[in-house]
Design a protein around this ligand. Structure first.
Ligand code: 5GP
Ligand code: ZN
Length: 115
């Protein structure tokens, strides 16, 4: 089982900030900005490359939740960045789709995440 599925199953602890039947969101263990949250589907999907047509709504839910979480962390107005790395050259390290929500600073000036 992958590390994020273990977090979903509560076998590995994480600082969970949102959960419903489809999606889980938790703080990144190595934040690259003041606010760095990972939003994942509870269904295991390796990467964007493995998405099927039936997953379209699920991906929409991930993005919608990112927006709601941005609101709850008070970075909605100032702005933030959403990032999904894919495959080796995209820099993806965990083979379970995850949407990075990165914010809390002016990213292009104060913080330079690897993009
Ligand atoms: P990727 O490079 O695949 O886009 O991002 C993987 C992210 O998962 C990294 O930012 C890394 O810090 C985070 N991460 C890896 N393992 C864990 C873990 O066990 N717990 C949490 N909270 N984050 C993790
Ligand atoms: Zn998984």
């Amino acid at each position: 089982m992958c590390i994020f599925c273990k977090i979903i199953n509560k076998e590995i602890p994480a600082e969970i900030v949102f959960e419903d039947k489809d999606v889980l969101a938790f703080k990144d263990i190595h934040p690259i900005a003041p606010i760095h949250i990972l939003i994942i589907p509870k269904k295991h999907i390796d990467s964007i490359n493995d998405l099927e047509e039936r997953d379209i709504e699920l991906v929409g839910k991930m993005i919608f939740r990112a927006k709601e979480i941005a609101k709850s962390f008070d970075i909605f107005e100032k702005g933030y960045k959403l990032l999904i790395r894919t495959g080796e050259w995209g820099g993806q390290e965990v083979p379970h789709i995850h949407l990075h929500l990165i914010g809390g600073a002016k990213l292009s000036e104060d913080i330079r995440p690897i993009i």
